[in-house]
Design a protein. Structure first.
Length: 189
């Protein structure tokens, strides 16, 4: 069982602290920013949370936010608030969780500890892509005012970064579950 293989909060305060911080930041983002943003934009989701977004829908949101300064300010505040810390906190939490679960676990018939450097690349990639997504969003949406050609490139990049972010997060989650509940490695003997 996963909880039996992980140390408690006193033995691993960084793991538990980063996990609790990540959960709190996600709640804050959803209740304090995503819900009011949807109210201000007629039900539009925040670009960071919309996996089905396209470059065209980002340009449409850009046009909408140019006329709704409260929504644009809310999006910007989210990037300089909880989303400034969340990628690092969540990435750290997943890295520490993988490191704690890898000893004694197996992936594809091999001991997971041997694959740990490759496994850890996934949550690290998630964090890097999430920060890149935030930067592109800040460059695209008001108060920034990119030229039309730049706006199109930024909108397309933002839609792809959002998809890659969620893919990396999903893959990291699957790997954690596999480490926790998957088969033990084949014996080397």
């Amino acid at each position: 069982m996963i909880l039996g293989r992980l140390p408690g909060p006193r033995q691993a305060p960084l793991l538990w602290g980063s996990g609790i911080l990540s959960a709190g930041l996600l709640v804050w983002m959803n209740l304090g920013f995503a819900t009011p943003f949807a109210d201000l934009t007629g039900g539009r989701p925040m670009p960071d949370l919309d996996i089905e977004t396209t470059g065209q829908s980002m340009l449409s949101l850009l046009s909408l936010l140019e006329g709704r300064t409260e929504a644009a300010e809310l999006l910007r505040a989210m990037h300089f608030g909880p989303d400034l810390v969340l990628p690092a906190s969540l990435g750290l939490s997943i890295v520490l969780l993988m490191r704690g679960l890898a000893p004694g676990a197996g992936l594809y018939g091999r001991p997971a500890e041997r694959l740990l450097p490759m496994l850890l690349a996934v949550p690290i990639a998630y964090s890097v892509v999430d920060y890149a997504e935030n930067v592109v969003s800040l460059l695209l949406f008001p108060p920034s005012s990119p030229a039309p050609g730049s706006a199109s490139l930024l909108a397309e990049a933002l839609s792809w970064l959002t998809r890659v972010k969620f893919a990396a997060l999903f893959i990291a989650g699957i790997l954690v579950l596999r480490l926790a509940f998957g088969p033990k490695p084949a014996s080397d003997g």
